[in-house]
Ligand binder design. Sequence first.
Ligand code: SF4
Length: 404
Amino acid sequence: MNDSVSRERVLSGMRVTGRLHLGHYHGVLKNWVMLQEKCESFYFVADWHALTTHYEEPGVMERNVWEMVIDWLASGVDPAKATLFIQSRIPQHAELHLLLSMVTPLGWLERVPSFKDQQQKIKGRDLATYGFLGYPVLQSADILIYRASQVPVGEDQIPHIELTREIARRFNRVFGKDAIFEEKAEQALVKLGKKAAGQFRRHRRAWLQEGNADALSQMIALIDKAAGLGDEERERLRGYSEGGGRSILPEPKALLTPASKYPGVDGQKMSKSYDNQINMRDDPDRVANALRTMPTDPARQRRNDPGDPDKCPVWGLHKVYTDSALQQKLAEGCRSAAIGCLDCKKPLVEIMLEEQALLRARAKPYEDDPGEVRRTIDAGCERAMAVAEETMQEVRDVVGTVYR
Ligand code: SF4
């Protein structure tokens, strides 16, 4: 693992929905498991976010939080590698949300595409609330408080990350310059060593006087390479290199994750709202039965009718689970009617039941000892709070709410 990768910090949250299904597992959680291996990962239960749209059902949350966390653990998310926590246990998120809201123009929020979309889509709820309008600011606070460098998102979430970047930029512009900014930056520069500090100053002149973008990249590379700098000094030097103030809240990047194509048992995208899900820890008989009765290519009315895998909902599952040699064999068998649909589904049933058995086995220690889930979250909250508090001490300092 190289240094630049090891320094990446990733943050991702999940709204409270209760038990998770295989669409969540393949679309989100496997990505979390992969990221925890190479990045410093923070994963959180977004319970306040759930309240922005479901504030009239507070009881649902308590029941669902723990089941959802057990599913995370069952998926292989490892509390020894990632920090798992609950948003509302870290009140610093709310504090930063409030402070960011001071510098966020109303027009930015009204323009967020999901604001109008969701109001139209989610019927029967009054979403003309301050909390719902401001939820992208809360999301920005969630990210910025951990100074996350990357946020895994689907395409539809990219405008939110853009907004987070704009809010961070505005905050840094308004609050990033303290009286002795340059003096402290020069002190940090000394830590690069004489040669690198000299290079940095030359690059800085080239950037500020000639707008040489390469010089800016060279400065960033020098900062990234320097071993003896603390986080605060690193951010100060980044701000100094650009000629602006200190970057107190670094701008995160979107880490685009492909949209999940995991099909539900009716062939549409798997979703609770379509009631077509197989849960991560489902009853094996129910799973097998759901697969056996899953619709196939409508052209295959009888066993002898040839079919087309591209028109068959079951094929979406084969794309997830079976290897290309088997897929080729099954596709030929389907097109020539040499196999029946139950033959085609059989290997899927076997693989998916194996997957379920693994997920259930990983979840079992936590199901048997619910206290362990609570302790895991307590420890994660403690770690998350230490990082969040470190950011907030600096934020309070620059906004002027520290009274000594
Ligand atoms: S044989 Fe397989 S791919 Fe073809 S229609 Fe039946 S289930 Fe679908």
